[in-house]
Design a protein around this ligand. Structure first.
Ligand SMILES: [Mn+2]
Length: 319
């Protein structure tokens, strides 16, 4: 690993200088030789409510210049001496055209997987996840989904039969055999429902479902053990919808839901996760048009992404 593989040192060059890549990492044109490739999926074609997540990847990158390379919650690991990571920029999208956008996103993620790198994806609304799951499952087979979200996103159709939106990816993923629901969990659900059946529809698909109250009552350590037991060592796709966090700490999302975990509680849960065989992850629904002062949702998204990198770094160091 050379200095040019590492992020800019913010003790040498101030954070506000230069082009804002994720965590000030080098920018790369392809994922060749990388362990993890950061890729933006700037589509909000799938947003039934507040659009603007198309600006999420750049907002997360802008906030991520704050983050430093050492993770003290995982044995002071130097993430970028354990992993070769670069920022590939954004996938192409076709604003207003969902099928074309999903094809472009899938192709972009597939290029990353094909190069042998793990995609770390910055959304975009949650509708992007079906594209990345298609690309990643093609290489790894059915994935164990570890999904944090205030909503299940397992509805069937929207607006007279539309099958792809931010509210449908995890039903489509089961139908298409991309995730194994019996090794998957959805965590953090809360809030009002369209029908009394909204949560049961996920369980009928085979998912294990935990409400926000269940998740917080269990606590990080017990929850982490439950997740490890559920995924049974299968390749994991972690999908993190920022609306799982309370809108007080994450206002910049499409569909805020009152009464969620604080940023502190959520980070404690993520920091308790170890040893997951992560083959892909997304952080979605960052919408800077509705964000609070200080871009707090974007900063949370960046911090979640950095924690996922650190989790992978620990595994890579051990191998
Ligand atoms: Mn979602």
């Amino acid at each position: 690993m050379t200095d040019t593989d590492r992020p800019f040192d913010s003790l040498a060059l101030p954070r506000f200088c230069g082009v804002a890549t994720f965590m000030r990492l080098p920018q790369a044109a392809s994922a060749d030789g990388l362990d993890v490739a950061v890729l933006g999926l700037p589509s909000d074609n799938g947003s039934p409510f507040r659009t603007g997540a198309r600006f999420g990847p750049q907002a997360i990158r802008g906030a991520s210049v704050m983050l430093r390379p050492i993770n003290p919650y995982r044995g002071n690991i130097d993430v970028f001496s354990a992993l070769r990571v670069a920022d590939l920029g954004d996938a192409a999208v076709v604003p207003g055209y969902m099928p074309a956008t999903l094809s472009h996103l899938e192709a972009a993620v597939h290029q990353v997987v094909d190069a042998g790198a793990c995609p770390l994806l910055l959304g975009g609304d949650h509708g992007v996840s079906i594209a990345s799951l298609r690309a990643i499952a093609r290489a790894h087979g059915p994935l164990a989904l570890v999904h944090f979200d205030a909503h299940s996103d397992t509805w069937d159709t929207y607006f007279g039969g539309e099958r792809h939106s931010a509210g449908t990816p995890f039903r489509r993923a089961v139908e298409e055999g991309l995730v194994d629901p019996h090794r998957s969990l959805q965590m953090g659900l809360r809030g009002s429902l369209f029908t009394p059946d909204d949560v049961e529809q996920s369980r009928r698909l085979g998912y294990e479902v935990l409400s926000t109250d269940d998740m917080l009552a269990e606590g990080p350590t017990v929850l982490a053990a439950r997740i490890a037991q559920r995924v049974q060592g299968a390749p994991v796709y972690l999908s993190f919808d920022l609306d799982v966090v309370d809108p007080g700490n994450a206002p910049g999302v499409q569909t805020p839901e009152v009464g969620g975990p604080s940023a502190r509680e959520m980070m404690a849960i993520l920091r308790a996760l170890h040893d997951l065989d992560l083959v892909g992850a997304d952080i979605v629904e960052c919408n800077p048009l509705y964000d609070g002062p200080g871009a707090i949702t974007a900063l949370l998204g960046a911090t979640v992404a950095a924690e996922i990198l650190a989790m992978k770094a620990v595994l890579a160091r051990r191998r």
